[in-house]
Design a protein around this ligand. Structure first.
Ligand code: SF4
Length: 406
């Protein structure tokens, strides 16, 4: 390796170590020992895949500790660094959003902790932002930030579970000493006490007199798009489902620890699931009955090359989108309505008609005004066409476990 390459590697190693050390510090200071309670993200994960939720609670992790960075091979280092940047970008966005909301004059509590016990299971919810309004129309808004590669069309079930858990706990434990805010020195207060101590604002003693909602703010990694999802209101049945999942994860953890159950005895999500690529225990998951082919076989090398090509494709597509946006801006600043030529190219920005699609539910509503429900449903089904089945190649990353299950 050239001297400059060695120096560049050293810089990346230092950055990775710093990111991991920061993550360890942030987790310890804000979330405490996560093995001692069930959190809302565990519940979200547990609702999608019990095996994955229990394994990560038991300490299975593909993330090494910061002190072990010196031992990582170059390829593993690049993988860990890439993953940390993705995992931590949400925290960086959090900082900016907090400053923006505070600048707008909102009364905002960062990292409100709700700590409760249900059926002997300790549970904690950490709320990114809690916004408070007192006065004649008291209101509380919980805001959960999610950093997404692409803004989803609809919210993932695990995010929704988190939100229902948060608003549900806030309402159910409103008047119990379960609320702490480390930054403000508030410990084990009721919610109205915590708000009074931080802002000097009085809230009603009963949550029934308060307008409570939860929202998710999905921010794209390019920071160019933001989409709110909500509102999520406290619902008894949804809170109950969250609490039961928490109890299920806790009891199953105990069974796996005591050896009554094996990790591979647990239920796991079937079919294609995006969680699997990120799952720390996907290496030996029974969902994948792998036939092993040597990694230095033609197929193994081809797969490696394909992964590199796909990464380059993503980078190139992003660069194309950025360049197109810059050229569009230049066109607007020129103020022309016509073609603009530059060197061997000419360009213009024109408005084209939107794509026509059929709104299924609108068709259904229109039909049911003319005929009865069942006939309308029948008519719609008769007009549906199913495309020919086709092959699709799925490729997933196998994550190495760098910390073992306790
Ligand atoms: S690989 Fe997928 S199915 Fe298996 S435990 Fe992980 S998330 Fe669940």
């Amino acid at each position: 390796m050239q001297r400059d390459d060695i120096k560049a590697q050293g810089l990346l190693r230092l950055l990775t170590q710093g990111l991991l050390a920061h993550a360890e510090y942030k987790t310890a200071s804000e979330l405490g020992d996560r093995s001692q309670y069930i959190g809302m993200s565990d519940i979200g994960k547990g609702m999608e895949c019990m095996r994955s939720a229990v394994a990560s609670k038991l300490g299975a992790s593909a993330i090494p500790v910061s002190a072990a960075i010196g031992e990582l091979a170059q390829g593993d280092l690049a993988h860990v660094l890439g993953r940390q940047i993705i995992l931590q970008r949400g925290h960086w966005q959090e900082d900016g959003v907090q400053k923006a909301l505070q600048a707008a004059g909102v009364k905002l509590i960062p990292q409100l902790e709700i700590s409760v016990e249900h059926s002997g299971v300790p549970m904690k919810a950490h709320l990114d932002f809690t916004l408070v309004w007192g006065g004649d129309r008291p209101a509380v808004r919980i805001l959960e930030l999610k950093s997404n590669e692409r803004i989803p069309e609809s919210l993932y079930a695990s995010y929704e579970a988190q939100l229902y858990g948060q608003v549900g706990l806030l309402k159910s434990y409103w008047n119990k000493p379960c609320f702490s805010v480390t930054e403000a020195g508030v410990k084990k207060a009721t919610f109205p006490q915590a708000v009074r101590s931080i802002f000097g604002v009085d809230l009603p003693e009963s949550p029934e007199d308060v307008d409570i909602e939860g929202w998710v703010l999905s921010i794209s990694i390019s920071m160019a798009k933001v989409k709110p999802f909500g509102p999520y209101q406290p619902e008894k049945s949804m809170l109950e489902a969250c609490l039961q999942t928490a109890v299920g994860i806790w009891r199953t953890m105990e069974d796996v620890r005591s050896g009554t159950l094996e990790l591979n005895d647990l239920d796991y999500c079937r079919g294609f699931h995006p969680l699997c690529d990120w799952c720390d225990v996907n290496k030996d998951c029974p969902k994948f009955q792998d036939v092993n082919i040597p990694s230095d076989s033609a197929c193994g090398l081809e797969l490696e090359e394909l992964a590199i090509l796909k990464e380059s494709k993503t980078t190139i597509e992003k660069r194309i989108a950025e360049a197109e946006e810059r050229i569009r801006q230049t066109y607007r600043s020129i103020g022309s309505q016509d073609w603009v030529s530059v060197g061997g190219h000419r360009f213009r920005v024109a408005t084209v008609s939107g794509r026509k699609t059929l709104d299924r539910s609108l068709v259904m509503d229109t039909l049911t005004e003319l005929i009865d429900d069942l006939t309308a449903q029948d008519a719609l089904e008769q007009c549906e066409k199913t495309g020919k089945p086709h092959e699709r190649l799925y490729i997933g990353k196998i994550n190495k476990i760098l910390k073992s299950v306790a």
